[in-house]
Design a protein around this ligand. Structure first.
Ligand code: NDP
Length: 313
């Protein structure tokens, strides 16, 4: 194994808005940050079409373009952006990190910005239209606007699905909610909110069979009642999936405090974790807001916290 004996002042793991914002601040504070991009350079935004809710882009910007600009901004101030995947960490004796299972890095501070991944059903047709940007999304707040006055489906029965269904109901003509069991998982108050909304129709015991379209955009979805096996085609232009997210935090589990889903628990009002010198930003610690702008904000916090930590040593 290659060992990098030189201490890295600031290692940033992850290349979404949180990671690049941390890098911009850390580089400008002379912390010589090294950022590893991970398995999906640019993070979740690279699967979004247009970003219209990030302040400063009055005409919107595509997700991939925004990530290229953020990378350029981080590099302009000297961030060393590297291709590679952090596969192992050891926080017992110092802060040690392994990249691609081989290179060992010794760090003074680490900013975790590994994000979370939206869960999808895994159907071939769902993945096809997701990749085409043609009507499949896992973020109503990001993409709901593109379905204004149209009919959409949302899959899921938790708090996220209810919140997103309600959000969509204010933009769309009709929202059909597919719930796989005969009851919600969401809290009562969230359930009541969707049940009371006129343009939300809830189909219990209903699963998705196939997302249908013209090889460019979605035009309907084939669903099945799992009690009767009856199949129905619902005409829609948007197919939203809200069946949960998985934070990308598995490698930190032995060392960092996490909630039961794997979100890293930070000190309230700061980016500090339970390990000195290790900070967290973005969706790896946030199951509530999950927006590019909130991720960027916490990336800034993490860099400032890391800078103060180094100054205090
Ligand atoms: P949850 O894990 O709570 O819910 C996931 C939902 O997706 C479940 O209803 C589950 O169904 C359904 N599901 C999973 N897989 C499939 C599948 N293959 N096909 C169809 N349905 C599927 O995730 P959430 O993202 O909703 O919430 C995560 C956490 O965040 C929760 O603790 C929640 O309370 C919290 N949260 C709080 C909010 C608030 O308070 N404002 C807003 C949003 C989230 P089943 O029930 O059958 O397992």
């Amino acid at each position: 194994m290659k060992s990098n004996s030189q201490k890295i002042k600031c290692l940033i793991i992850g290349s979404g808005p949180a990671g690049y914002t941390a890098a911009i601040y850390a580089a400008r504070a002379n912390m010589s940050p090294i950022l590893y991009q991970g398995i999906q350079p640019g993070g979740q935004l690279t699967t979004t079409n247009d970003v219209e809710n990030f302040p400063g882009y009055p005409d919107g910007i595509t997700g991939p373009e925004m990530m290229i600009q953020l990378q350029k901004q981080a590099e302009r101030f000297g961030t060393d952006v590297r291709n590679g995947w952090v596969t192992k960490v050891d926080f017992d004796k110092g802060l040690r990190v392994w990249v691609n299972d081989s290179e060992e890095l010794n760090c003074e501070t680490i900013i975790i910005s590994t994000g979370a991944s939206a869960k999808y059903l895994g159907l071939e047709s769902e993945q096809k239209y997701l990749k085409l940007g043609g009507g499949v999304s896992a973020c109503a707040v990001c993409d709901g606007f593109f379905y204004k006055n149209q009919d959409v489906i949302i899959v899921g029965a938790g708090d996220s699905a209810c919140e997103e269904a309600h959000y969509l109901s204010k933009l769309c003509n009709k929202v059909t909610m597919l719930v796989r069991r005969d009851e919600f998982r969401a809290s009562k108050i969230m359930q009541e909110r969707v049940k009371k909304t006129d343009n939300i129709e809830i189909l219990f015991n209903t699963e998705t069979v196939e997302v249908i379209g013209n090889d460019q955009v979605v035009d309907s979805v084939l669903v099945k009642n799992n009690k009767t096996d009856k199949q129905t085609t619902i005409p829609v232009t948007g197919f939203f999936v809200a069946i949960g997210h998985k934070p990308n935090t598995d490698i930190f589990k032995p060392y960092l405090n996490m909630d039961e889903t794997g979100y890293i628990v930070n000190e309230p009002g700061s980016s500090k974790t339970n390990v000195a010198g290790v900070f967290v930003s973005g969706d790896a610690a946030d199951h509530v807001y999950r927006q590019a702008i909130t991720a960027a904000g916490t990336g800034c916090m993490a860099a400032l916290d890391a800078e103060r930590y180094l100054a205090s040593l």
